[in-house]
Design a protein around this ligand. Structure first.
Ligand code: HEM
Length: 447
């Protein structure tokens, strides 16, 4: 048996049907990996905000050797919009191709990018928002209720990771062989694809193994889905099934392999991103009594628009991606026409520093103050330009609903001592313990 060969598991019950048996093995644990200094710094948003302040003020386009760091809002937006000067393939494609096959987040402007992103977009339907909201609201309430009775909730393990994994099953159409395996696959694959720039070998090996296992699993789902459609059976209306149905039309036809790499690319970006964003939002709200109170009021009033505003303002203080990385594809100039204009040479790397850009006083008045009603909102949380987040429509519903489920619990507060601190496994929040005296109340106007 080759090293990455996996052992069979019994078939499991998924969303509305039995998922074929998968060959399942345990991806090696990365739990006890020592966290590198670079990762610890990257996880410390307060430190990054502090370090970024003088940069934005005195050296807004800082060049150190082949690396350029851009910290003002206008320049970050400009870099992300000039996707032919500042490209992404050199940053993401090699890893993505190795573990999952080509995916839009590793592609530059091209016919293939446009076609595949457009096909993914046809699999998002206007009514999806309501369906996502109903599912996430019910799932979050159930998860919080189940643990609130103990008086303690781990925001990461008891709520957000399982909720996001269940949405991947029910809406995107990829239930795992079991929830724990799926969460493990999603974490290690995201880590290896986007956050293993240091080339940690444990992460690399675990990522390769997880990719093999996930691919075998999703190939089985695609084969089963196609067979059900061919037999005229009723199939669940999921993004994966829509991609399979889209194969019938030459304009939207993807090969089975392309269906697999697209759905895998999408779901890998859906779980630990949501986890990281939500855990950091809760952590940030717990640091700010006034913001917490306001967000709790909004959640109890069922004002989800306001909960979303509180959430994304909190995320501005602790964003998922403090920087977005681009390759300099040709000699060009950044911040042309300003006093800080700088020439950059082809072959360099640009860090478009989203976190400092969202504290740029030229765009965000009184940037260090938490203001849930600020205009513009924290617009760079989900990227900008051609690669801006495909999952935005989900995030704007799922994240506030997860946050609201906690905010509706009586007596919500951080657990005392170390246990109440946000803990990481590598780049991902792994534990955040909060205390509650009672489970979630039903928001006004909701059933
Ligand atoms: C359901 C959840 C999610 C899905 C399905 C998803 C999917 C994606 C995809 C497919 C892309 C690439 C788009 C392209 O190249 O055209 C992307 C980009 C991005 N996503 Fe998401 N995402 C999700 C959640 C999140 C969350 C929670 C955040 C942040 C809080 C986030 C932040 C980003 C950012 C910043 C980019 C741009 C990266 C860059 O420009 O280098 N995503 N997302």
């Amino acid at each position: 048996m080759p090293a990455n060969r996996v052992r069979p598991s019994p078939g499991v019950s998924g969303v509305g049907r039995t998922i074929p048996a998968v060959r399942l093995t345990k991806v090696p644990s990365t739990r006890r990996r020592p966290t590198s200094l670079a990762t610890r710094v990257a996880n410390n948003a307060a430190l990054l905000r502090f370090l970024a302040r003088p940069l934005r003020r005195f050296a807004p386009v800082l060049s150190i050797g082949r690396v350029v760091v851009v910290t003002r809002h206008a320049d970050v937006v400009d870099v992300l919009e000039r996707d032919e000067d500042f490209t992404i393939a050199e940053v993401n494609a090699a890893t993505m191709d190795r573990i999952d096959g080509p995916f839009i987040l590793g592609m530059d402007r091209s016919e293939r990018y446009t076609r595949e992103r457009a096909i993914l977009q046809t699999c998002v339907h206007p009514s999806d928002g309501e369906r996502i909201r109903e599912f996430v609201t019910a799932t979050a309430r159930e998860l919080v209720r189940a643990t609130a009775a103990r008086g303690r909730i781990d925001v990461v393990q008891d709520l957000v990771r399982p909720a996001a994994t269940r949405l991947v099953a029910s809406y995107f159409g990829v239930p795992g062989p079991d929830e724990a395996t799926m969460m493990r696959w999603m974490r290690i694959l995201f880590w290896e694809a986007f956050m293993n720039s240091g080339g940690d070998l444990t992460v690399r090996r675990a990522g390769a193994q997880a990719a093999d296992e996930l691919h075998a699993h999703v190939d089985d789902l695609i084969t089963a889905g196609r067979a059900e459609l061919d037999r005229g059976q009723q199939v669940p209306d999921t993004v994966l099934m829509r991609l399979i149905k889209a194969q019938d039309d030459p304009a939207t036809r993807l090969s089975d392999e392309a269906v697999r790499r697209n759905i895998c690319g999408v779901i890998v970006g859906a779980v630990d991103t949501t986890n990281k964003a939500t855990a950091q939002i809760i952590d940030q709200l717990l640091r700010d009594e006034g913001a917490l109170r306001g967000a709790q009021r909004a959640a109890r009033d069922g004002d989800m628009q306001a909960v979303a505003q509180y959430s994304f303002e909190a995320l501005r203080f602790q964003p998922l991606n403090p920087v977005l990385v681009r390759h300099v594809a040709r000699d060009t100039v950044i911040a042309d026409g300003t006093r800080h204009r700088r020439s950059v040479s082809s072959g360099g790397t640009v860090y478009a520093a989203v976190l400092p850009a969202m504290f740029d006083g030229a765009v965000f008045g009184d940037p260090n103050t938490f203001r849930h009603d600020r205009q513009p909102a924290a617009d760079l949380n989900f990227g900008h330009g051609m690669h801006s987040c495909f999952g935005r429509y989900v995030n704007h519903i799922q994240i506030p609903e997860l946050v609201a489920a906690l905010l509706r619990c009586d007596g919500l507060r951080r657990a005392p001592g170390r246990q109440g601190r946000l803990e990481f496994e590598g780049p991902f929040p792994d534990r955040l313990l909060v205390e509650v005296v009672d489970g979630p109340v039903v928001a006004r106007g909701r059933v």
